[in-house]
Design a protein around this ligand. Structure first.
Ligand SMILES: *[C@@H]1O[C@H](CO)[C@@H](O)[C@H](O)[C@H]1NC(C)=O
Length: 221
């Protein structure tokens, strides 16, 4: 037998086609629903998740707390992409084919967030560190073509000062926040790590909600 496929270079196959297959065989791994390992994987993988935390289909009896919040959605996206995963975001249409407004709102909001921050996500690759070594809830990606490292910061730092333990920066390095004009002041610590001053932004000029992205050029590690 020959198992040559004429579409082997254009079709990608998941791991959901037989018993004992998930997480073992396939073009990419999805393992269980909402698989999100939080660390770099040896194989290409996908986080197949749903905006209704309990179901793939539409449910008439959902409660508000059954829906993934925007904070959770952006966090899940950042974590997944930083660890080299693809994300599949499912919504269940009603029996007559409608997407209910709460699903629509989540998807449109994610689109708004990506309009500002998409360059940290699309075409990105995992960096040497997936999340920061010191500050929780900071997830990194890298654009290989431009050697740019991005930090997705899920929590706005107290006093507008963020310490990052992972990146080493050149003297000539620059840091900007996506959607905000100008560069940000940063200071290297004597041993390792940097402190970045977040911009003084008021709600009317905030580029986005839910998470903010630092774009770092001149990272040497
Ligand atoms: C980074 O992520 C890992 C895996 O999810 C976690 O165990 C670790 O605590 C995180 N680091 C920080 C500083 O939060």
């Amino acid at each position: 037998f020959s198992f040559y496929s004429p579409v082997k270079d254009t079709v990608v196959v998941n791991d959901r086609w037989g018993s004992g297959i998930p997480c073992h065989h396939g073009g990419y791994f999805t393992c269980q629903d909402r698989y999100n390992p939080g660390k770099l994987q040896n194989r290409k993988w996908e986080n197949a998740m749903t905006l209704d935390k309990a179901a793939w289909g539409y449910r008439r009896n959902t409660n508000l707390h059954d829906y993934v919040t925007m904070e959770e959605l952006v966090a899940t996206l950042a974590e997944t992409v930083s660890c080299g995963g693809n994300i599949l975001i499912n919504v269940g249409p009603t029996h007559d084919g409608r997407i209910t407004p709460i699903f629509e709102e989540r998807l449109r909001n994610l689109g708004k967030w990506l309009k500002v921050n998409g360059e940290a996500i699309y075409g990105s690759r995992p960096w040497n560190y997936q999340n920061d070594t010191v500050t929780p809830n900071v997830w990194y990606t890298k654009n290989l073509a431009t050697s740019t490292v991005y930090a997705v910061v899920l929590d706005w730092p107290k006093n507008d000062k963020l310490f990052l333990g992972a990146p080493t920066l050149k003297d000539s390095a620059t840091i900007t926040m996506l959607g905000v004009p100008g560069t940000l002041y940063f200071k290297r610590s004597s041993l390792w790590g940097i402190t970045v001053n977040f911009p003084k932004l008021t709600p009317d000029i905030l580029p986005c909600q839910w998470a903010w992205v630092l774009k770092m050029q001149g990272v040497t590690n």
